[in-house]
Design a protein around this ligand. Structure first.
Ligand code: UDX
Length: 500
């Protein structure tokens, strides 16, 4: 059923092709966007989701996204895939670097006559399934799509799957270089203020910039991609942000100045949930690339309200075995209950089997503390976990999806950012939104223990006040008449009218 358009559709009706990066965060976001478009447009807009064979395989194996049903109509997302670099048994993070995957996809998009380019133009390579695309929605990191869309004479909207604050630090890289604030060397004076990112002058420091700034090398493939992204940002007809107006700060008007047409339709997952309820959709679903271990929900059911710290560093970030030990000791010594996601391929240089066998040999007191107060899973139904009443805090890598999911549920955070926009996100959490604590650049069992105690005990009440206020703002944004609700409607109307 996935593969057929509605019969009543005319060949000229709107048809968007959604083109995410082939990694968990963006896939999750953009699948939600695909569903939002289908639900909210009552399927009057056709949606083709263009991803890789590997991602499709993982979704088929692990996610339940295909089981969405409504009482009124069935949303259909057509999946089109292209081959990628990843072997059938590789972990999605695997040995492939994000930059390598992105470049590989970009090369295909640029190549005339390639399968990917054909799908971008017609949604399919098969004659009977072709239907001219009327709008491309691509991940903002695909800078080359500005050229490709122009060549195909199609309107382009970028979907920014990272945070606006993080994206703004990307876009300002040329500013910072010009102002001489970049490059700086290694770990020297990481607290030094950064003043050439407009709107963030009062709180941004070197350590809050993306980690690649610490060893700034213009030949670093990630930096090349990001400079290209910054250059092409103003060329799209619009940008979709997974945020809501009241979350955004003084830097946001500066983003708007480079591209006036912004759609703030987040938090996406909450917006989708509300639209599904509105349309009497019954099933919930996940977009996970790994199999969710739902037994942790039963474990949570048996814990007191707001007593458990949820610990996860997302889908890409990795840590060393020594860092894992610091976290482990910190968690156990804090005497707090914890639910910890230890994802496959989490530890640098060790196979999952090696990690497992080393873990059996840690000190008895750690094993006993874990058994008494902890639950460890390899992948959790995170949105449901954060919504569970037993959860009192979230030790997170500050990925943008995780941050928003935590905000929606009013869960205060300890941030341990690793890469990309995460450094900036954690700064906003601790300094601007004040709904969490920033533990960046520190991985020490004593610090972990102390921060957990602050989060769960001494600073709990003040953090909870802010977290609850923000949760309320998020809910208002997606409710009927709210800013994200209205921006989504505007996006849908614009998609229907958009011309090159
Ligand atoms: C990547 C980048 O690392 C991040 O900086 C950027 O903001 C988005 O893309 P990722 O590591 O995938 O992020 O983290 P995040 O954005 O937080 O997304 C992880 C997603 O996986 C979340 O939606 C979360 O709910 C889900 N998840 C995570 C699970 O469903 N189960 C888990 O056990 C862990």
């Amino acid at each position: 059923e996935d593969h057929i358009f509605h019969q009543e559709e005319s060949p000229s009706s709107p048809h968007v092709v959604i083109f995410p990066l082939p990694i968990q965060g963006p896939i999750n976001c953009m699948l939600k966007l695909a569903h939002l478009i289908l639900y909210s447009s009552q399927s009057t807009i056709s949606v083709t989701f263009l991803t890789t064979d590997f991602i499709r395989r993982r979704l088929d194996l692990n996610s339940t996204f295909r089981s969405v049903t409504t009482t009124n109509y069935g949303p259909h997302i057509r999946f089109e895939t292209v081959p990628d670099l990843v072997g059938p048994d590789e972990d999605p993070r695997g040995s492939r670097h994000v930059a390598e995957l992105t470049r590989f996809m970009e090369d295909q998009a640029k190549a005339e006559g390639s399968r990917l380019r054909e799908v971008l133009a017609y949604g399919s390579t098969e004659a009977e399934l072709k239907k001219p695309v009327t709008c491309i929605i691509a991940d903002g990191l695909y800078g080359c799509m500005a050229d490709v869309a122009q060549e195909l004479r199609l309107p382009l909207v970028y979907m920014e799957t990272i945070s606006p604050c993080g994206l703004w630090t990307y876009i300002c890289l040329p500013n910072m270089l010009q102002a001489g604030e970049l490059p700086f060397q290694g770990k020297e004076d990481l607290d030094a203020a950064i003043t050439s990112v407009p709107g963030m002058e009062t709180y941004l420091r070197r350590c809050d910039l993306p980690s690649f700034c610490r060893a700034y090398d213009p030949n670093n493939p990630v930096i090349k991609l990001i400079l290209n992204e910054a250059k092409n940002f103003p060329r799209a007809q619009g940008h979709i942000f997974n945020t809501f107006d009241k979350l955004e700060g003084d830097y946001f008007p500066h983003i708007q100045a480079s591209c006036p047409n912004l759609y703030n339709i987040g938090p996406l997952h909450l917006n989708l949930k509300c639209r599904m309820i509105q349309h009497k959709a019954t099933n919930s679903y996940s977009n996970s690339l790994w199999l969710e271990d739902r037994s942790c929900l039963e474990w949570l059911d048996a814990q007191p309200p707001k007593s458990v710290l949820f610990v996860s560093i997302g889908s890409i970030a990795v840590m060393t075995w020594d860092q894992l030990m610091e976290f482990w000791y910190g968690l156990v010594n804090s005497k707090t209950r914890f639910l910890w996601v230890r994802r496959p391929c989490l530890i640098i240089g060790l196979s999952d089997e090696e990690v497992e066998s080393r873990a059996l040999g840690v000190a008895e007191e750690v094993l006993v503390g874990t058994k008494e107060r902890g639950c460890i899973v390899s992948w959790a139904p995170q949105e449901e976990v954060l919504a569970h009443e037993a959860i009192g805090g979230f030790l997170t890598h500050s990925g943008w999806n995780s941050t928003l999911e935590s905000i929606v549920e009013g869960v205060p955070m300890i941030c341990w950012p690793c890469l990309a926009d995460q450094q900036a996100n954690s700064r906003l959490v601790s300094k601007v939104w004040k709904n969490g604590l920033d533990m960046k650049d520190s991985c020490n069992r004593v610090v972990v223990e102390e921060m957990i105690k602050e989060l769960m005990e001494t600073k709990r009440d003040e953090l909870l006040v802010r977290a609850n206020e923000m949760a309320k703002l998020a809910a208002e944004a997606v409710a009927k008449g709210g800013s994200s609700y209205n921006d989504l409607n505007r996006l849908l109307n614009d998609i229907k009218l958009m011309k090159f």
